[in-house]
Design a protein around this ligand. Sequence first.
Ligand code: HSE
Length: 287
Amino acid sequence: MKIIVPATSANIGPGFDSLGVALSKYLTIEVVKEQEEWFVEHDLEFVPSDQYNLLIKTALKVCPDLRPHHVRMTSDIPLARGLGSSSSVIVAGIELANQLADLQLSDDEKLRIATEIEGHPDNVAPAIFGNLVISSYVNKKVAKIVTDFPQASFIAFIPNYPLRTSESRGVLPTQFSSKKAVAASAIANVAIAALLTGDLVEAGKAIEADLFHEPFRQKLVQEFYPIRQLGRELGAYATYLSGAGPTVMVLADQAKEVALKDAIDALQLDGESVILTVDRHGVRVEA
Ligand code: HSE
């Protein structure tokens, strides 16, 4: 059995802790066999291979008496780059428990568990449902709407350095004045409405106008501003910080994706660029 979970790009400008889209990079978990002790086969440095691996910790949280297995974990989602790598592991761990113990969890139950573990639903929701998900987690209640992301390309610039979410959250203000909160939420409302109606030009303007997090985080990602400038020159819809960063995401018409990627590569920044598409399925299980 294989469990496959997509990467995700959260926030998308003003949708802080609330908006996320599933993208075409994947974590794959293969269940090899039942055995005496848990063993997670992988080629990552400084990541546990026993029951302390996040995958197994999550599965055991869902079902504490799960029988140990040898599982193989492969992923092309880079760690700590703002593409939802840990959320994909959490979603895979929930699905692993679901499959091994035949729990018959609904997608909404998976979302509730994953959100409690992660603390916010913006990455785990699209990892479960695929596509674009607008969600909230307030007073321990999760709400979500899953909808089609309009046809577009995502050109990701993935820097060669990690940025821990905790560090990136540490630079955010703890309070907003009501005037600023109203403005920030109005911008978010327009971004969401424009995405829902397929108006990517209007969505792009609102995405770039975020007041919740990007103005404070830009200083952590020096590649952000030159890429945004380039995106504007070449007619991208928007450039935003993916999740907590450091990945810089350019949202553009598919016809412009190669020109944008080439132009980003020509900047010779320290990192790599990849063209991604929307994953419309979310987590899936193959026999
Ligand atoms: N919404 C989260 C953040 C995503 O921006 O901090 C990363 O976990």
